[in-house]
Design a protein around this ligand. Sequence first.
Ligand SMILES: [Zn+2]
Ligand SMILES: [Zn+2]
Length: 259
Amino acid sequence: MLDLHNHTTRCKHATGTMSEYVDTALSQGVSVYGFACHAPMDYDTGFRMSFDELQDYFHDIETLQERYSGRCTIRKGLEVDYLPKHLDSRVLDADVDYLIGSVHFLDDWGFDNPQFISEYMRQDMSQCWQRYLHAIRDMAKSGLFQIVGHFDLLKIFNNPPDDSVHEAITQTLESIKSAGMALEINSAGLRKPIGEIYPSKQILRKAFALGIPITFGSDAHAVQQVGFGRESAQRLAKEVGYTKMLDFHNRSPIVCRIP
Ligand SMILES: [Zn+2]
Ligand SMILES: [Zn+2]
Protein backbone atom coordinates (compact mmCIF):
# COMPACT_ATOMS: atom_id res chain seq x y z
CA MET A 1 0.00 0.00 0.00
CA LEU A 2 1.07 3.58 -0.40
CA ASP A 3 0.43 6.74 1.59
CA LEU A 4 1.71 9.95 0.01
CA HIS A 5 0.33 12.70 2.23
CA ASN A 6 1.88 13.09 5.69
CA HIS A 7 3.08 16.06 7.70
CA THR A 8 5.99 16.72 10.06
CA THR A 9 6.56 18.99 13.06
CA ARG A 10 8.05 21.57 10.70
CA CYS A 11 4.49 22.81 9.89
CA LYS A 12 4.14 23.78 13.59
CA HIS A 13 0.83 21.93 14.03
CA ALA A 14 1.96 18.29 13.89
CA THR A 15 3.62 16.02 16.46
CA GLY A 16 5.94 12.98 16.42
CA THR A 17 9.25 12.25 14.74
CA MET A 18 9.49 11.41 11.07
CA SER A 19 10.90 7.95 11.82
CA GLU A 20 7.96 7.24 14.15
CA TYR A 21 5.65 8.00 11.23
CA VAL A 22 7.56 5.67 8.91
CA ASP A 23 7.77 2.89 11.53
CA THR A 24 4.01 3.10 12.07
CA ALA A 25 3.32 2.98 8.34
CA LEU A 26 5.71 0.02 7.93
CA SER A 27 3.95 -1.88 10.71
CA GLN A 28 0.71 -1.40 8.72
CA GLY A 29 2.18 -2.88 5.57
CA VAL A 30 2.83 0.38 3.74
CA SER A 31 5.69 0.01 1.28
CA VAL A 32 5.63 3.51 -0.25
CA TYR A 33 5.43 6.33 2.25
CA GLY A 34 5.49 10.00 1.32
CA PHE A 35 6.03 13.15 3.32
CA ALA A 36 4.16 16.16 1.96
CA CYS A 37 4.42 18.81 4.63
CA HIS A 38 3.03 22.32 4.16
CA ALA A 39 5.38 24.16 1.80
CA PRO A 40 6.88 27.46 2.88
CA MET A 41 5.00 30.57 1.75
CA ASP A 42 5.14 34.29 2.55
CA TYR A 43 1.63 34.03 4.01
CA ASP A 44 0.08 32.07 6.91
CA THR A 45 3.62 31.51 8.16
CA GLY A 46 2.45 30.17 11.53
CA PHE A 47 1.26 26.92 9.93
CA ARG A 48 4.25 25.91 7.81
CA MET A 49 8.00 25.58 7.63
CA SER A 50 10.07 28.63 6.70
CA PHE A 51 11.99 28.88 3.42
CA ASP A 52 15.18 28.48 5.47
CA GLU A 53 14.02 25.04 6.58
CA LEU A 54 13.19 23.62 3.16
CA GLN A 55 16.61 22.09 2.48
CA ASP A 56 16.73 20.63 6.01
CA TYR A 57 13.32 19.05 5.41
CA PHE A 58 14.57 17.47 2.19
CA HIS A 59 17.75 16.35 3.93
CA ASP A 60 15.72 14.68 6.71
CA ILE A 61 13.76 12.75 4.08
CA GLU A 62 16.94 11.71 2.24
CA THR A 63 18.41 10.43 5.51
CA LEU A 64 15.29 8.31 6.05
CA GLN A 65 15.41 7.07 2.44
CA GLU A 66 18.85 5.62 3.18
CA ARG A 67 17.92 4.27 6.59
CA TYR A 68 14.80 2.46 5.36
CA SER A 69 16.28 1.40 2.01
CA GLY A 70 15.00 -2.07 1.05
CA ARG A 71 12.15 -1.93 3.61
CA CYS A 72 10.13 1.10 2.59
CA THR A 73 10.32 3.53 -0.33
CA ILE A 74 10.14 7.03 1.06
CA ARG A 75 8.91 9.80 -1.21
CA LYS A 76 9.73 13.48 -1.04
CA GLY A 77 6.74 15.73 -1.51
CA LEU A 78 5.23 19.05 -0.47
CA GLU A 79 1.66 20.19 0.02
CA VAL A 80 1.44 23.58 -1.66
CA ASP A 81 -1.30 26.15 -1.08
CA TYR A 82 -2.70 27.28 -4.39
CA LEU A 83 -2.66 31.03 -3.77
CA PRO A 84 -1.45 32.56 -7.05
CA LYS A 85 0.03 35.67 -5.39
CA HIS A 86 2.06 33.57 -3.00
CA LEU A 87 3.50 30.85 -5.22
CA ASP A 88 7.29 30.70 -5.06
CA SER A 89 9.81 29.16 -7.44
CA ARG A 90 11.84 27.75 -4.53
CA VAL A 91 8.86 25.47 -3.92
CA LEU A 92 7.57 25.00 -7.46
CA ASP A 93 11.00 24.09 -8.87
CA ALA A 94 12.11 22.02 -5.87
CA ASP A 95 13.64 18.59 -6.38
CA VAL A 96 10.62 16.58 -5.21
CA ASP A 97 8.81 13.41 -6.23
CA TYR A 98 5.48 15.28 -6.34
CA LEU A 99 3.67 18.44 -5.35
CA ILE A 100 0.18 18.20 -3.89
CA GLY A 101 -1.85 21.29 -4.79
CA SER A 102 -4.42 22.23 -2.14
CA VAL A 103 -6.87 25.05 -1.58
CA HIS A 104 -7.21 25.95 2.12
CA PHE A 105 -8.14 29.62 1.66
CA LEU A 106 -11.01 31.60 0.14
CA ASP A 107 -9.42 35.04 -0.20
CA ASP A 108 -7.75 35.34 3.19
CA TRP A 109 -10.16 33.03 5.07
CA GLY A 110 -8.51 29.80 6.16
CA PHE A 111 -11.79 27.89 5.99
CA ASP A 112 -10.46 24.55 7.29
CA ASN A 113 -8.99 26.10 10.44
CA PRO A 114 -11.33 25.69 13.47
CA GLN A 115 -9.98 29.03 14.73
CA PHE A 116 -11.92 30.82 11.95
CA ILE A 117 -15.09 28.71 12.01
CA SER A 118 -17.29 31.68 13.00
CA GLU A 119 -16.81 33.06 9.48
CA TYR A 120 -19.18 30.33 8.19
CA MET A 121 -22.06 32.25 9.81
CA ARG A 122 -21.46 35.12 7.39
CA GLN A 123 -21.03 33.08 4.22
CA ASP A 124 -23.33 31.74 1.48
CA MET A 125 -22.08 28.18 1.08
CA SER A 126 -23.20 27.78 -2.55
CA GLN A 127 -21.09 30.81 -3.44
CA CYS A 128 -18.21 29.52 -1.37
CA TRP A 129 -18.32 26.22 -3.26
CA GLN A 130 -18.28 28.05 -6.59
CA ARG A 131 -15.25 30.09 -5.51
CA TYR A 132 -13.51 27.04 -4.09
CA LEU A 133 -14.01 24.95 -7.23
CA HIS A 134 -12.94 27.87 -9.41
CA ALA A 135 -9.66 27.94 -7.50
CA ILE A 136 -9.21 24.18 -7.99
CA ARG A 137 -9.82 24.58 -11.74
CA ASP A 138 -7.22 27.38 -11.91
CA MET A 139 -4.83 25.20 -9.98
CA ALA A 140 -5.31 22.33 -12.45
CA LYS A 141 -4.85 24.64 -15.43
CA SER A 142 -1.60 25.97 -13.94
CA GLY A 143 -0.01 22.58 -14.62
CA LEU A 144 2.23 23.02 -11.57
CA PHE A 145 1.08 20.08 -9.45
CA GLN A 146 0.81 16.31 -9.72
CA ILE A 147 -1.90 15.63 -7.13
CA VAL A 148 -5.10 17.43 -6.08
CA GLY A 149 -5.24 17.49 -2.27
CA HIS A 150 -8.53 16.69 -0.50
CA PHE A 151 -10.76 17.64 -3.45
CA ASP A 152 -13.88 18.60 -1.44
CA LEU A 153 -12.22 19.99 1.70
CA LEU A 154 -14.81 22.77 1.97
CA LYS A 155 -17.27 20.22 3.37
CA ILE A 156 -15.03 19.83 6.45
CA PHE A 157 -17.38 21.46 8.99
CA ASN A 158 -20.40 19.61 7.64
CA ASN A 159 -21.09 21.75 4.57
CA PRO A 160 -21.28 19.28 1.67
CA PRO A 161 -21.98 20.74 -1.79
CA ASP A 162 -25.67 21.17 -2.69
CA ASP A 163 -27.21 20.31 -6.07
CA SER A 164 -26.48 23.77 -7.48
CA VAL A 165 -22.76 22.95 -7.36
CA HIS A 166 -22.82 19.67 -9.28
CA GLU A 167 -22.15 21.20 -12.68
CA ALA A 168 -19.13 23.08 -11.30
CA ILE A 169 -17.85 19.85 -9.76
CA THR A 170 -18.04 18.13 -13.14
CA GLN A 171 -16.22 21.02 -14.86
CA THR A 172 -13.55 20.94 -12.19
CA LEU A 173 -13.01 17.20 -12.58
CA GLU A 174 -12.73 17.71 -16.35
CA SER A 175 -9.97 20.28 -15.75
CA ILE A 176 -8.17 17.81 -13.51
CA LYS A 177 -8.45 15.15 -16.19
CA SER A 178 -7.08 17.53 -18.86
CA ALA A 179 -4.18 18.46 -16.60
CA GLY A 180 -3.25 14.80 -16.12
CA MET A 181 -3.40 15.15 -12.33
CA ALA A 182 -4.28 12.47 -9.79
CA LEU A 183 -7.00 12.85 -7.17
CA GLU A 184 -5.97 11.90 -3.68
CA ILE A 185 -8.29 9.79 -1.56
CA ASN A 186 -7.63 11.47 1.76
CA SER A 187 -8.97 9.83 4.90
CA ALA A 188 -8.51 12.88 7.18
CA GLY A 189 -12.15 13.85 6.59
CA LEU A 190 -13.15 10.84 8.70
CA ARG A 191 -11.73 12.54 11.79
CA LYS A 192 -13.38 15.92 11.05
CA PRO A 193 -17.01 17.04 11.69
CA ILE A 194 -18.11 15.87 8.20
CA GLY A 195 -16.96 12.33 9.10
CA GLU A 196 -16.40 11.44 5.45
CA ILE A 197 -13.42 10.73 3.21
CA TYR A 198 -12.30 13.39 0.69
CA PRO A 199 -13.70 13.15 -1.95
CA SER A 200 -17.23 11.80 -1.44
CA LYS A 201 -18.30 8.61 -3.17
CA GLN A 202 -20.52 10.60 -5.52
CA ILE A 203 -17.58 12.74 -6.67
CA LEU A 204 -15.26 9.75 -6.89
CA ARG A 205 -17.77 8.01 -9.17
CA LYS A 206 -17.66 10.98 -11.54
CA ALA A 207 -13.85 10.96 -11.38
CA PHE A 208 -13.75 7.26 -12.23
CA ALA A 209 -16.11 7.77 -15.17
CA LEU A 210 -13.76 10.49 -16.48
CA GLY A 211 -10.72 8.21 -16.10
CA ILE A 212 -8.99 10.37 -13.46
CA PRO A 213 -6.28 8.41 -11.61
CA ILE A 214 -6.13 8.27 -7.81
CA THR A 215 -3.59 8.04 -5.05
CA PHE A 216 -3.94 7.73 -1.26
CA GLY A 217 -3.01 9.86 1.74
CA SER A 218 -3.58 9.81 5.50
CA ASP A 219 -2.85 13.56 5.89
CA ALA A 220 -1.42 12.54 9.27
CA HIS A 221 -0.40 15.33 11.64
CA ALA A 222 0.30 12.84 14.48
CA VAL A 223 1.77 9.33 14.61
CA GLN A 224 -1.57 7.81 15.64
CA GLN A 225 -3.17 9.30 12.51
CA VAL A 226 -0.86 7.38 10.18
CA GLY A 227 -3.07 4.91 8.32
CA PHE A 228 -6.25 6.10 10.04
CA GLY A 229 -9.13 5.19 7.72
CA ARG A 230 -6.88 3.59 5.12
CA GLU A 231 -9.02 0.47 4.80
CA SER A 232 -12.15 2.57 4.30
CA ALA A 233 -10.33 4.60 1.66
CA GLN A 234 -9.25 1.46 -0.22
CA ARG A 235 -12.74 0.00 0.06
CA LEU A 236 -14.27 3.21 -1.30
CA ALA A 237 -11.91 3.22 -4.30
CA LYS A 238 -12.69 -0.40 -5.10
CA GLU A 239 -16.45 0.05 -4.68
CA VAL A 240 -16.31 2.82 -7.27
CA GLY A 241 -14.36 0.57 -9.63
CA TYR A 242 -10.73 1.59 -9.24
CA THR A 243 -8.13 -1.20 -9.38
CA LYS A 244 -5.03 1.01 -9.93
CA MET A 245 -3.40 3.85 -8.02
CA LEU A 246 -0.47 6.17 -8.69
CA ASP A 247 2.85 6.55 -6.92
CA PHE A 248 5.14 9.39 -8.05
CA HIS A 249 8.90 9.55 -8.49
CA ASN A 250 10.62 12.67 -9.85
CA ARG A 251 7.16 14.02 -10.71
CA SER A 252 6.39 11.05 -12.97
CA PRO A 253 3.54 8.67 -12.21
CA ILE A 254 4.10 5.00 -11.47
CA VAL A 255 0.98 2.85 -11.87
CA CYS A 256 0.44 0.30 -9.08
CA ARG A 257 -2.34 -2.15 -8.31
CA ILE A 258 -4.48 -1.32 -5.26
CA PRO A 259 -3.84 -4.23 -2.85
ZN1 LIG B 1 -4.30 20.19 3.30
ZN1 LIG C 1 -2.12 17.98 4.56
